[in-house]
Design a protein around this ligand. Structure first.
Ligand SMILES: Cc1ncc(COP(=O)(O)O)c(C=O)c1O
Length: 409
């Protein structure tokens, strides 16, 4: 056996195991109510639609479906996605602004490959999506965490950091944002701040990655415009790169996503993707094209929104009912997650094993902090468990919190 430590390259050596993926192994035990994963509810996967679509595709386009496709994606899906963008987001896009990916996680890897050299500064929200931190870290990123407020990243702190980096002559590469119902916090970036970010992107000439898997799952309130659209309207920067995925609105098993960006960036992404997987599954692309073309998406998203709203309300209600004083949480208008803050003196990391003993699981908030802070925070998912389980799970979690509070006295 070779000496792995000596022989593996720098990138995998830098890559740490995902805390979520490790945690999920322990939380799948029978009896545990898990708020840990980011899983959509399997109750709503469109099983019959997929079965019918595959039959139809095999009859009419079997040779395309089972063949290699173009690296940047099948025209059938691009065409439908462009219509979707216009209808839902008011965005006008051309085919050369799009590349189909094997989901958003691949898109994040492509962003890392395209932009990062070792020690490059990358600006992230604090907290931020762990899967992105993991990828960017593996390419050697140095994170600059900017605090997240109730209406998104602090634009004042963001500007301070950009000005400081510029003064140091640092070659900062991009700002990574999850602007809608952020994973992990559930927070949405306000339109005022979005406009400010477009201004900053122009002033400091910096790319912005808009990673938005949850945007279409809005169950209340009005959606602020996408950064990509605001940028188009301002006719200024072309610095926005937007990532979409079908994982939360259709099915994660399809592994299907889209990157939207300036054609020159997309061309570079295409070259990278050639070495990653040649192309994304042709069959899955045709299924997704049908999903959009037939209008099934529009009906399906309503079903998901209704169910997740009920579950979110159940979770917020249970938190109000069971949690002791000193514990606070976000109340998101969409998405899959909410964010709980324990009193500063408590550690959600330390409490994790206690919670498992109570048969309930969550993800520790510190895993989403680029600097390991946020020890008193945790992420709760509300899409997967049933309303009855949500009520019971929060009751168990509150019991673990109360026991710790008593123990600390
Ligand atoms: C913010 C964010 N980006 C990217 C992903 C990756 O999603 P996928 O690869 O399934 O598209 C997730 C998954 O939870 C996410 O929350």
């Amino acid at each position: 056996m070779i000496d792995i430590a000596k022989n593996i390259a720098t990138t995998p050596r830098r890559t740490k195991a995902s805390v979520i993926r490790e945690l999920l192994k322990t939380t799948n035990q029978p009896g545990i109510i898990s708020f840990a994963g980011g899983l959509p509810s399997p109750d709503h996967f469109p099983y019959d639609f997929v079965a019918d679509a595959v039959k139809e595709i095999m009859a009419k386009k079997g040779k395309v479906a089972l063949q290699y496709g173009p690296t940047d994606g099948l025209p059938e899906l691009k065409e439908e996605f462009i219509k979707f963008l216009k209808r839902y987001e008011g965005v006008d896009a051309k085919p050369e602004e799009l590349i189909i990916t094997t989901s958003s996680q691949q898109a994040l890897d492509m962003v890392g490959r395209l932009f990062l050299d070792a020690s490059d500064p990358v600006i992230v929200e604090k907290p931020s999506y762990m899967g992105a931190l993991q990828v960017f870290r593996s390419y050697g990123a140095e994170f600059i965490g900017v605090k997240l407020e109730d209406d998104g990243i602090s634009t004042e702190e963001l500007e301070e950091r950009l000005a400081w980096l510029q003064a140091q002559d640092e070659h900062y590469k991009f700002i990574y944002l999850v602007p809608d119902f952020q994973n992990p916090s559930g927070v949405t970036l306000s339109e005022v701040k979005r406009k400010k970010i477009i201004e900053l992107s122009e002033k400091y000439n910096v790319a912005v990655i808009e990673d938005s898997p949850y945007r279409q799952i809005r169950f209340e309130g009005k959606a602020p415009k996408m950064l990509y659209r605001l940028d188009q309207e301002s006719k200024k920067t072309h610095n926005i790169i937007s990532l979409f995925t079908f994982s939360k609105t259709f099915a994660p098993g399809l592994r299907l996503g889209v990157i939207l960006g300036h054609p020159q960036i997309i061309k570079k992404m295409e070259i990278l993707k050639q070495s990653l997987d040649l192309c994304t599954s042709s069959l899955n692309q045709l299924i997704a094209a049908e999903f959009l073309r037939t209008g099934f998406f529009d009906k399906h998203i309503e079903v998901i929104k209704q169910d997740y709203k009920l579950k979110k309300d159940t979770m917020v209600g249970a938190l109000e009912k069971y949690m002791p004083e000193g514990v606070t949480w976000t109340n998101p208008e969409g998405g899959l997650f909410l964010w709980v803050r324990l009193p500063e003196t408590m550690s959600a990391d330390d409490m994790f094993q206690d919670a498992l003993k109570e048969n309930v699981a969550y993800v520790i908030g510190s895993a989403f902090h680029s600097d390991g802070s946020g020890k008193n925070t945790m992420r709760l998912n509300f899409s997967y468990a049933s309303p009855t389980q949500i009520d019971e799970g929060v009751k168990r979690l509150a019991s673990a919190v109360k026991k710790r509070m008593v123990g600390a006295r």
